[in-house]
Structures are given as C-alpha cells and as structure tokens.
Design a protein around this ligand. Structure first.
Ligand SMILES: Cc1cc2nc3c(=O)[nH]c(=O)nc-3n(C[C@H](O)[C@H](O)[C@H](O)COP(=O)(O)OP(=O)(O)OC[C@H]3O[C@@H](n4cnc5c(N)ncnc54)[C@H](O)[C@@H]3O)c2cc1C
Length: 163
C-alpha cells in the first residue's frame, strides 16, 4: 500500500506568500485611505494642479505664480497708447490685486517698500511690462531667486500661447 503524505503547511514558500499578501493588503489600504495631498498633487487634464480634487487651498507659491502670470499677461497685452480710462483700469487692477491678495506678508511689503521704489507705471504697454518685470525681480531678490533681464523682456507675455 502506498501512503501519500500531505505537503507540510508551513513551508518557507507558503510563509513568504502570506507575508507578501499581508504587505500588499496594507499597501492597498494606505492608498485608499490617504488623502490625495499626501499622495502628491492631483493634476488637471492639461497638467495644472487641480485644487478642488486636492481638497486643500492654494499655497503661497501657487497663488504667487498665478498672480504673476496674470499681471505680466495683462501688462504684456496692454495698449501702446492707453486712454485715461484704460490707465485707470490698469492702476485699479494692480491696486485691487495687492489690496485683496490673500498673502498679507507678500502684499504688505510690496505696498510699503516696493511700490515706493517703483511707483506703478501704466503709461504704455512697454512701461507697464517693464514695471511688472522690475517689481517681480524685487520679490525674486528678496526670495533669493534668479532675476530676469527686463530690457529684453517685454514681448514674452504678448498674445496667448498655444501648446
Ligand atoms: C505681489 C506678490 C508679492 C509676493 N511676495 C512674496 C513674499 O513676500 N514672500 C513669498 O514667499 N512669496 C511672495 N510671492 C510669491 C513669489 O513671488 C512666487 O510667486 C512664489 O515663490 C513661486 O515662485 P516661482 O519660483 O514658481 O516663480 P514666480 O516668481 O512665481 O514666477 C513665475 C514665472 O515668472 C517668470 N519670471 C520670473 N521673474 C520674472 C520677472 N522679473 N519678469 C517676468 N517674468 C518673470 C519665470 O518664468 C517664473 O517661472 C509674491 C507674489 C506676488 C504676486
């Protein structure tokens, strides 16, 4: 009579498989319960940061980048010979942005120090563009970031780019 013994339950292979299974389970659990912010930025379809799906407010850096982009783009597309109304609108835009910018350390220093050194100049597209470049450089200098050469700058933000 041939006796076939059952394979032992606790082989090295079985133990390793069980440990791997438990690890995978906890990895899955971590992925499902951690917030998207902990897992890194959630991207919009074209590569921007999706604030709503990320469920956390914009950072000072994100706000800053967006505000600079808007300010440079508005200045870069301003009129060569603006009317009084257009100049007023540009002045109000800059003042309003600084008044309402939700980073008080940013706007307080800007209004007290930078605007005194560089009063807003909206006399033409070139003047407004150079002004935004110079004041941005002031903030770059404060944050030890590289400066942009403003004299070659005033056409970077002209028009709306396509990807
Ligand atoms: C009015 C204002 C005041 C701020 N003050 C502070 C502050 O006090 N403390 C703080 O921590 N943050 C401040 N910020 C935010 C800060 O300036 C940056 O926006 C943020 O740190 C993100 O920096 P970034 O390196 O991504 O590039 P950003 O400085 O946001 O610049 C965005 C892009 O603009 C281009 N750029 C850079 N310099 C120039 C220039 N001179 N002219 C034209 N284009 C340029 C570059 O391609 C750059 O990638 C302020 C922002 C604003 C709008």
């Amino acid at each position: 009579m041939v006796v076939v013994s059952a394979p032992p339950l606790l082989t090295q292979r079985n133990v390793l498989s069980a440990v791997a299974g438990v690890c995978l389970f906890f990895l899955f659990l971590y992925h499902m319960t951690s917030s998207p912010t902990q897992r890194g930025p959630v991207r919009t379809y074209d590569g921007g940061v999706d604030i709503v799906r990320r469920k956390s407010p914009p950072t000072k850096q994100e706000l800053g980048r967006a505000a600079w982009m808007l300010m440079h783009s508005i200045a870069g597309n301003f009129d060569d010979e603006p009317t009084v109304e257009r100049r007023d609108a540009a002045q109000s835009f800059v003042r309003g942005l600084l008044e309402l910018f939700p980073c008080s350390v940013c706007s307080d220093d800007f209004k007290e120090r930078i605007l005194t050194k560089y009063p807003i100049d909206v006399s033409s597209r070139r003047a407004f563009s150079l002004w935004t470049c110079k004041v941005h450089n002031e903030v770059n200098g404060k944050l030890n970031k590289p400066l942009v050469p403003c004299e070659h700058f005033d056409r970077f933000y002209l028009g709306i780019g396509e990807h």
